[in-house]
Design a protein. Structure first.
Length: 238
């Protein structure tokens, strides 16, 4: 853990790990004050981004102006079953409000039905909007609902649609990230694409295990506890 701490009011923490974390607040009861707190923490600890629902993007853009912290917003969240047109509209507004990263949920039902062209086109439409606005896209597979073969197929479709990352989970389904899933996704996409582990990661040890397995980004609401190695009971929700 990093010991060089220029700010004595900030506890010692792992700065390298912090730069890999999307500091996340997606719970439905989140208030503007909760989001403000997340933005303050993101600046204080140097997290990669804050990840918020679209209605909070403009607030985050104001709070984080001039800082290196990115603004990530979720699209088609948490089910992925909205229409492509709705996802495009949602992404367009989030980007206009200041998002620089888009985490979109692919259409799980269509993937499981084998409608692969439709799934690829859905992802590609959001990628196109994001790239025209110099933003990146992470595609959420919701791995807890998929077979290993479906996880691999989802990764390949995201790759073919030119997304920058594949991501394990929303944190709102029947399970979250696992080391095995991260490793499978990394083997599938190879070294050139990012892999984001999210859902249920609440300790430094869990985060580091995901990174060893191949994750290049971590999504978590317990980010401060993770980077400080706190043993206090972390929040169990996004």
């Amino acid at each position: 853990m990093t010991s060089n701490n220029p700010n004595p009011t900030t506890p010692s923490f792992d700065r390298t790990l912090a730069r890999m974390i999307d500091h996340t607040i997606l719970k439905p009861e989140a208030t503007p004050q909760d989001v403000a707190t997340v933005c303050t923490e993101a600046k204080k600890y140097g997290f990669a981004s804050v990840c918020v629902n679209p209605s909070f993007v403009a607030q985050c853009a104001t709070a984080l102006k001039g800082s290196p912290v990115h603004i990530c917003s979720v699209i088609g969240f948490p089910l992925g079953a909205t229409s492509t047109a709705a996802k495009i509209a949602e992404a367009t507004q989030a980007l206009k409000d200041g998002a620089t990263e888009i985490d979109m949920v692919l259409h799980v039902g269509l993937l499981k039905a084998g409608a692969l062209n439709e799934v690829r086109d859905d992802i590609a439409a959001v990628v196109d909007v994001a790239h025209r606005n110099q933003a990146i896209v992470k595609v959420i597979l919701e791995t807890a609902l998929l077979t290993d073969e479906e996880k691999q197929t989802g990764c390949r479709l995201a790759q073919e649609a030119h997304a920058e990352y594949v991501k394990t989970s929303t944190g709102f389904s029947t399970g979250g990230a696992t080391v095995d899933d991260v490793a499978l996704m990394r083997r599938t996409v190879g070294p050139a694409m990012g892999v984001k582990a999210s859902g249920g990661i609440r300790t430094m040890e869990q985060a580091r295990a995901m990174i060893v397995a191949g994750a290049t980004r971590i999504g978590a609401s317990a980010s401060v506890k993770i980077v400080t190695g706190s043993t206090a009971a972390p929040s169990a929700t996004y």
